[in-house]
Structure formats: C-alpha cells, structure tokens
Design a protein around this ligand. Structure first.
Ligand code: AMP
Length: 233
C-alpha cells in the first residue's frame, strides 16, 4: 500500500504517519524532512545542497527530491508499501511519482490530508523543541523540555529547529499555500483524497485516519471492480 500524508508543516503528519506505520505492520514511514536533516547532520553532499533551502523555509529543488524519493522507495523494505510524509510537496513531484510508479505497475493508494487552522500550526511549530539525538518532540505549551534542555528520553540536547523560528514558520506556511495546497485538488480529482480534522487529540486523529482510510480503500476497490466488470465500456 502506497500512502501519502499532506498538510501544513506542524499539522501532525510525522506523528500520524508513525502511528499508521505501526498499525500497518511497520511498513516504512518515509519522511523526506528527516532524511534531509540526517544528511545535513552527516555533512553529506545531499545535506550541503539542501541546507540553505531548509534554513530559509524554502523547498529543496524538485530534481533533488524526486531522485531521493525514487531511490528510497526502491529499497527492499518498501516492497510491501510505504507511507510518505513530506513528499510530494509540489504538483511536479506528484506527477513524477505517479509516472515512476506506473513503470512498476503500482500507484498511490490514498492520500490523507490533515486539516488544521494555520493559527494553530504556527503556535505549535514556534513552541516546538526537538531532541537532536533521538528526535523526541517537546512543546513549550504542553510537554515542556527539561530545564537544562537535556532530553529525558535519551540524554541528547534539546533545541529549536532553525526552520521553527517565527519568521521562517510564516514563510513555510506561504510556501505550503502556494506549492503544496494544489495537491489536494490533484489527488481529489483522482478520488484518492481523505480529509481529516487534524486539530483533535493524537489518538482521535489516529482512529479517524484508520477508519476513513479503510473506507476509502474499499470505495476505490469497489469502483475498480465495477470498471473492470465485463460489459463495462
Ligand atoms: P519537514 O520536516 O517535512 O517540514 O521538512 C523540512 C524541510 O525540508 C522543508 O521545509 C523543505 O526545506 C525540505 N523538504 C522536505 N521535503 C521536501 C519536499 N518534498 N520538497 C522540497 N523540500 C522538502
């Protein structure tokens, strides 16, 4: 099963993609943001290319991202499917993904869009802190990091991502509106879009994701059977 999460930065895609991955026998969650941050930390060529865009809240160029994702989904752990978190982010990325999948006789199964007010995600992101070692997330409004900024889970250092600074967050929202929001119409016209209220608790959103996804997959399968039935023009 090939699934995609879309939504504002900070809408909960990472958290929900991880929960859904567990629910689906640990099919891999592929977060392009995590892959890029790891490449930056390891000072890999990819990281050096991507860092300036990430720090500015801009999108990394499509060619770089498309190559990266095509390579990642060709790895052996992706044979049974995967959950993309943070890709595609432009129509061109989505079209290229569709084109490449078609070559392997595969296609995107469904796309989950987490709907949440812009005001709420700006608040979430600017108060977000993250452990540089294990990735554990803290929040100044809800789950405070320890005072000495040492992660209670692993002892790593807790910091604010440079792209979570207020001015960069606002810019990332504009980039989302312009480049990524059109994906809803793109996947909507393919009948694959599932829109979920992302402002509820993590558990409620997860339950809704599972419920609505199953419904959507049944709907798409039924439609495909009807279309392939003998006598259908
Ligand atoms: P994220 O953690 O998903 O918010 O991604 C962090 C940053 O990585 C984004 O602000 C972009 O600079 C870059 N990035 C991640 N995924 C993509 C993508 N699909 N296309 C372009 N840039 C991306």
């Amino acid at each position: 099963m090939e699934l995609i999460f879309i939504g504002y930065p900070g809408s909960g895609k990472g958290t929900q993609a991880a929960l859904l991955s567990q629910h689906l026998n640990n099919i891999p969650r592929i977060s392009t943001g995590d892959i890029l941050r790891a490449a930056v930390a390891a000072k890999k060529e990819l990281g050096l290319k991507a860092k300036k865009y990430m720090d500015a809240g801009e999108l990394v160029p499509d060619e770089v991202m498309i190559d990266l994702v095509i390579q990642r989904v060709s790895e052996p752990d992706s044979v049974k499917g995967y959950i993309l978190d943070g890709f595609p982010r432009t129509i061109h990325q989505a079209q290229e993904l569709d084109r490449v999948l078609l070559n392997y006789d595969r296609k995107i199964s469904a796309v989950i869009s987490l709907e949440i007010e812009k005001r709420k995600v700006v608040e979430r992101l600017t108060s977000r802190r993250v452990c540089g070692r294990c990735g554990h997330l803290y929040n100044l409004l809800a789950d405070l990091p320890p005072e000495n900024n040492i992660c209670s889970a692993c002892g790593g250092e807790v910091y604010q991502r440079s792209d979570d600074k207020p001015e960069t967050v606002l810019h990332r929202m504009d980039v989302y509106e312009e480049a990524t929001r059109p994906l809803k119409a793109y996947y909507g016209s393919q009948g694959k879009l599932v829109q979920i209220d992302g402002s509820l608790s993590i558990e409620k959103v997860h339950a809704e994701v599972v419920h609505r996804l199953v419904k959507k997959l049944i709907e798409l399968e039924t439609a495909a059977k009807l279309l392939s039935a003998p006598g259908h023009a």
